[in-house]
Structures are given as C-alpha cells and as structure tokens.
Design a protein around this ligand. Sequence first.
Ligand code: URA
Length: 242
Amino acid sequence: MSTTTVPHPPPPPPQPAKDSNRNTAAMKSLPPSVFTLPQTAQLEALYTIIRDKNTSRGDFLFYSDRIIRLLVEEGLNHLPVVDKTVETPTGATYHGVGFEGKICGVSILRAGEAMEAGLREVCRSVRIGKILIQRDEETTLPKLFYSKFPPDIASRYVLLLDPMLATGGSAMKAVEVLMEQGVPEERIIFINLIASPEGLSTFCSKYPSLKVITGWIDQGLNEKAYIIPGLGDFGERRQVVP
Ligand code: URA
C-alpha cells in the first residue's frame, strides 16, 4: 500500500523589521510637548514581552528595566546644556557641552519606585524624592499622602517617574505638589512607559510646557481605568508572589 505524505505548508515569512513608525495611529496629532521613544521593531518586541500575561516575573523585571533605561536616556536628551571645553590626554582642546543644571528624580509611589534603579544606573548618586498619592475616599479626588524631596528641589530639573499614565489624576496632582515646592513647570520632565490617549491629553492640556517622554501610547482605558491593551497592574507584575 502506498502512503502519501502531505507537505507541511511553508512557515510565514518573517516580518521585515522596520526602523520606525510602528505605532503611527496613536501618534497622530500628539501635543508638541510629548516625545515617544523611536517606535522600532525592537521596542515593540520588548513591549510584547511585558504585555504578555504569561511572561514570568523575572522576564517582566528584566525587559521593563530595559525600556525604563531607554526612557531615562531619552529624558536626559531634553535637559539643556552649556558649552564646555576640556583638554584631552592628547593635549588637544575639545569644545563640547555639559549639563546646565542639577537634576533629581521624583517617583510617584508605588509603581514609580520601580523606575528609580533605572535612573540611578544612568545618573550615579542622583537624589531621588518620593510622592504618595491616593484617592480620597470622601471626595474621590487624588490626595497627597506623603512626600519627601531634596531640600533644594526648586533649583533642580525634576525627572518625574510613573510607569502607567491612565487617567492622569496622580501625575497631575504630583506636578501640582512639585510646583508648590517652587519647581517651575518647564523644569519637570515626566517619564512614563505606557500612556493612554485620554490621560495624555488631559495632562498636556493642564501642563503644556512640561515635557512628557513616553515609550508607547495605547488604545484607551477600560471601565476600571486600566490601560488597554496595557500590561495589567504594573506594580503587581513586579511583585514577588508569596
Ligand atoms: N496602573 C497600572 O498598573 N496599570 C494600568 O493599566 C493603569 C494604571
């Protein structure tokens, strides 16, 4: 008896890696104060890993840290510089630049704390403040519960750290608190992994001269104010499960 072998269909061709613009729909008509990371295939691959519900905690930490590092580096690109001349070991003179002022980080607790290590890796011995904002049960508005800042924060550029910009309520309250400390709006750079279009629009309308560096702009929010498609609860995904 003769047997026939059914040939396997050929595997689908790999997708060509594009250098940019893999998230064009979400990036149309962004406010001028919003800067995204280059939307490359590599970046999308990192986001695909951290969005996957089956990704282990170890991989979630590793790959979200990689994105955080890219975001911090991009944030630093927006700091002003001044001319600086140095002499190199060859005896030549090099006319370069140096950062104009001092910086500090401020993390919005608790999820923002996860971004502190990424900032420290790039800026050694950087000062870091903290803000805890929670919903006031009576008014339902974001309320400041705790804050701690470097004493000279008013004279520093502030990198404000929060991974998920959902409704924008906590981030806006955090900026209000920083401005009460004397930090001008234009000296704050908000660094964020994933933003919802509605949160971004509310935030940028209230603080148009504050720069936002985000890795990815998602589709929107669900009824529980989670970002969709998002990655779930960022803090929970980094936590050790007891
Ligand atoms: N915070 C999170 O951790 N995830 C969201 O989707 C929104 C806010």
